[in-house]
Ligand binder design. Structure first.
Ligand code: IMP
Length: 195
């Protein structure tokens, strides 16, 4: 029997692979295999942006779609950079984003922060499922470690009791906001498919 298709509303091959590994009963494909269009993220929350992505892909391709949106939220900065995490410093370069965040956090004593990931599944009949994952920690005062990407080198994970930049891929996966949101949404998709 042919596997049911779920389209991932992302152009990131790493994310598509990660999702495929966790959903072996489905055929997981990136949306760019069908049509090469860009999706404008005009939402004000992680949920809004994930919904915009999943809905536009599902409607355009007439197939169920899964999308995520994630970022870093810093308490002392009222949740910034949040949905603007990827382009916080304006040019989309991780190193520049880290530099700006370290500068904005200079002398700030409350350094609590969290990575957040929201996943949305949008079916062609308009059914919406969603899940959020978080990992809590603090913003370091300087870069530590070279592992991971994005803000990992300046984030200290409470659960791992070490800088994310010094965590192995396995360690990061065990606490990752994306992995947590994905585990949760997969449970919801499986329950929904049984109905
Ligand atoms: P995206 O929505 O997954 O593309 O993530 C948006 C931005 O949030 C990325 O460009 C990173 O700056 C930041 N980000 C998301 N997840 C992580 C993570 O696991 N580690 C470090 N930075 C992250």
């Amino acid at each position: 029997m042919d596997k049911k298709k779920i389209v991932v509303a992302s152009g990131n091959a790493h994310k598509i692979k990660e999702i495929a590994a966790m959903l072996p009963d489905y055929e997981i494909v990136g949306y760019k295999q069908f049509a090469d269009f860009e999706i404008e993220e005009t939402g004000k929350t992680f949920y809004d942006n994930a919904l915009i992505k999943a809905k536009s892909v599902a409607e355009r391709l007439n197939l169920p779609a899964l999308a995520d949106d994630s970022g870093l939220c810093v308490n002392a900065l009222n949740g910034a950079p949040g949905i603007y995490s990827a382009r916080y410093a304006g040019d989309g370069i991780d190193e520049h984003n880290n530099e700006l965040l370290l500068k904005n956090m200079k002398g700030v004593t409350d350094r609590r922060a969290k990575f957040v990931c929201c996943m949305v599944y949008y079916d062609v009949n308009g059914e919406i499922l969603s899940a959020t994952g978080e990992v809590k920690g603090e913003i370091l005062t300087e870069r530590q470690g070279k592992n991971g990407f994005g803000y990992d080198p300046i984030f200290y994970s409470y659960e791992l009791a070490k800088p994310m930049g010094k965590a192995s891929a396995e360690e990061k996966n065990s606490v990752s906001h994306r992995h947590r949101a994905l585990t949760e949404i997969i449970k919801k998709i499986e329950e929904y498919k049984k109905k």
